[in-house]
Design a protein around this ligand. Structure first.
Ligand code: GLY
Length: 280
C-alpha cells in the first residue's frame, strides 16, 4: 500500500514561513490518516477521502478557500479515476457545494460521468449535497483588492491499495480572476489519470497541463515500458518546451512513488507505511 498527496505550490517569495509549516503539518496529518483508511478501503475510496480532507482545509485552493473568478463567483472542478476499470468521473465549474470530489465520486457509477456548470450543481442538489458557500474572508479581500491570491494550485491524491489497484483524485478552485466558464485541467485526463500501470495527479497552470497532456502522457509512457522517472523526464521536457508551469505526483504498479515539478516547491507528502516524506 502506498499513498501520495499534493496541495499545490509553496512560494517563498509570496508566502510566509508560518504558512509553509502549517501546510507541512496539514499534509502530514492527511497522508497518515488516509494511509490508515487505505488499510480497510480501496484505492478509489481512499483518494476521495484524502481529497475531501484537503478540500476542507482552507490552506489549500480546493473546496473551502477556493479562488474567486472574475465575476465574483467560486466555481470548482474535481475528478476521480479508477486505474483497474479506467473509469473517470468529474464535475467542472460546480457551485456552492462543500466537497466537489464527493459529487465526482457520486457520478462514478452513472452513465453520464462528467458534468459541467449548472448540470453539475443540479446533480449535486438532486443527490442531497446541501448548499454550501466555500468562500473565506481572505479570498474575498484578495478579490476586492485585485491582488491575486497567495493560495496557489490544486489538491490531489494517488493511492495503490492492497490488491494492487491504483486510483487518483484531483480537485481545484481554479486560477482566480478567470473568465467565467474557463475549464481547469483537474477534471480532465490531462490533470488526473490512472490505469493499471500508473496513476498521476497534477497541479499548476491548467492551460499548460492540458497543452502537454501531462497525466495522460506519463501514464501512457509507463504503460509502454518507460520507467516512471523517464516518463516524468520526457513529459516535463515537453512542458518546458512551452514554458509550462506544473507539478505532478504518481505511483506505478510496482509501488514506486514519484513526484516532479517545474517550480522549486510543489507541496506534497507521501507515505508507504514506513517512510513519511514531506516537501521541504
Ligand atoms: N490546475 C488548476 C487550474 O489551472 O485551474
Amino acid at each position: 500500500m502506498k499513498i501520495i498527496i499534493h496541495g499545490g505550490f509553496f512560494s517563498e517569495s509570496s508566502q510566509s514561513m508560518a504558512t509553509k509549516i502549517a501546510k507541512q503539518q496539514a499534509l502530514r496529518h492527511v497522508v497518515k490518516n488516509a494511509y490508515d483508511y487505505l488499510k480497510t478501503h480501496t484505492a478509489l475510496e481512499t483518494v476521495a477521502y484524502a481529497v475531501e480532507q484537503l478540500e476542507n482545509d482552507e490552506l489549500f485552493n480546493a473546496g473551502i478557500g477556493s479562488q474567486i473568478q472574475s465575476d465574483g463567483k467560486i466555481r470548482m472542478s474535481a475528478s476521480i479515476m479508477d486505474g483497474e476499470s479506467t473509469k473517470f468521473s468529474g464535475v467542472i465549474n460546480i457551485e456552492n457545494v462543500k466537497n466537489p470530489i464527493r459529487v465526482a465520486e457520486k457520478l462514478f457509477p452513472t452513465e453520464d460521468r462528467v458534468l459541467g456548470g449548472e448540470g453539475a450543481t443540479n446533480f449535486a442538489r438532486a443527490h442531497k449535497f446541501e448548499f454550501f458557500n466555500p468562500e473565506i474572508p481572505q479570498r474575498r479581500k484578495e478579490y476586492e483588492a485585485k491582488t491575486g491570491s497567495k493560495s496557489l494550485g490544486t489538491v490531489g491524491c494517488v493511492a495503490l491499495d492492497e490488491k494492487g489497484n491504483i486510483a487518483t483524485a484531483t480537485s481545484t478552485g481554479g486560477k482566480g480572476f478567470e473568465i467565467p466558464g474557463r475549464i481547469s485541467d483537474s477534471a480532465t485526463a490531462a490533470g488526473n489519470y490512472a490505469n493499471s500501470y500508473c496513476g498521476v495527479s497534477c497541479t499548476g497552470i491548467g492551460e499548460d497541463i492540458v497543452s502537454t497532456a501531462v497525466a495522460t502522457k506519463i501514464v501512457t509512457r509507463v504503460s509502454d515500458g518507460f520507467t516512471i522517472d523517464k516518463a516524468f523526464e520526457k513529459t516535463f521536457a515537453e512542458l518546458k518546451a512551452i514554458d509550462g508551469f506544473a507539478g505532478a505526483i504518481a505511483i506505478d504498479h510496482k509501488g514506486t512513488i514519484f513526484h516532479l515539478d517545474s517550480h522549486p516547491c510543489m507541496v506534497f507528502a507521501s507515505f508507504d507505511g514506513n517512510t513519511l516524506d514531506v516537501f521541504e
